[in-house]
Ligand binder design. Structure first.
Ligand SMILES: O=CC(=O)O
Length: 303
């Protein structure tokens, strides 16, 4: 019996109609038959001789994987808007194209960001805990008071599609001023809802809410560190829905414990999830969300 190599490998199991084009041309697809990530050793085996690889951000696509796939590999696609887990350099060297899913989750992530911001600033999780554990003895006028958006300044780090969608949703809450920091001015994104391009340090100093929406790149790796937290207001709320790697978590922990900032709402951490005994999870003023919106596969090409 001749062994036919799969033409494509997907690192999770997907509905058959996820890949209508591939199915209609009777392309041979092998799926990792689980909702859990494919173990690295299996991935290295499965990719041998494939032409297309469909992965998630849990798979690090580097020289080792590309070498294991060999010269047949023509395209890698990731079911994510971020592609920091894929080595563009290694792909380019080999002439392999990269697909990703921008736009698919813009609204969902923007909603999640606003939800996290409101839950954090209005101390929702703490309040629910207190109601459940008997901590709510009686009505006290200033107990559990949070921080409001009315007349506030919101600073967005990374004004792309998601950052702009977050601003559009926050504007009706009465935000007075939007600031943003990015690699350069983004007039295309900062017109519908006017936002001022400022240096990151200025954003940190003036914002009541700092919302991180940037991509993880070598430039943004660890950019939210003690040097930034120390500039922020002690009433500031820090929200991260980009990537955990953008934040120095030890510095964030110190900033929260020392009252340098008021609270943090994190949709992303390193690793994900955090170990349950992680110090950040012990803090009342730090909430971690597990709300990851499901992603549909509308692929576009990066390279
Ligand atoms: O984090 C999710 C994504 O990059 O789509």
């Amino acid at each position: 019996m001749t062994h036919v190599n799969p033409v494509c490998f997907t690192s999770r199991s997907h509905d058959p109609d996820t890949f209508p084009h591939l199915s209609s041309c009777s392309c041979n697809i092998e799926q990792w038959d689980s909702d859990e990530p494919v173990p690295r050793s299996e991935l290295l085996e499965k990719v041998a001789g494939i032409r297309g690889l469909y992965c998630l951000l849990t798979e690090k696509i580097d020289a080792e994987v590309l070498d294991a796939a060999g010269p047949s590999l023509q395209v890698v696609s990731t079911m994510s808007v971020g592609y920091d887990h894929v080595s563009l350099e290694e792909l380019k060297k080999r002439g392999i194209r990269l697909g990703y899913t921008p736009d698919v989750l813009t609204e969902a992530v923007a909603e999640l960001t606003v939800a996290l911001l409101l839950a954090t600033s209005r101390r929702l999780l703490e309040a629910v805990d207190e109601a459940k554990n008997g901590g709510w003895g009686t009505w006290k006028p200033l107990w559990m008071c949070g921080y409001g958006l009315t007349d506030s300044t919101v600073g967005i780090l990374g004004l792309g599609r998601i950052g702009a969608a977050v601003m559009a949703r926050l504007k009706p809450f009465g935000v007075k001023r939007f600031l943003y920091a990015d690699t350069g001015p983004r007039p295309d994104m900062a017109t519908k809802i006017p936002a001022e391009f400022v240096p990151l340090e200025e954003l940190a100093r003036h914002s009541d809410f700092v919302v991180v929406c940037c991509a993880l790149t070598p430039e943004t790796q660890g950019i939210c560190a003690s040097s930034l937290f120390s500039l922020m207001k002690d009433t500031a709320i820090f929200i991260n829905t980009s990537r955990g790697g953008v934040v120095n978590q030890e510095d964030l922990y110190q900033a929260l414990v020392n009252g340098q900032i008021a609270a943090a709402g994190l949709d992303v951490t390193e690793p994900e999830p955090l170990p349950i005994d992680h110090p950040l999870l012990k803090l009342k003023n730090c909430g971690e969300s597990v709300l990851k919106p499901a992603e549909k596969q509308w692929l576009k090409m990066v390279i």
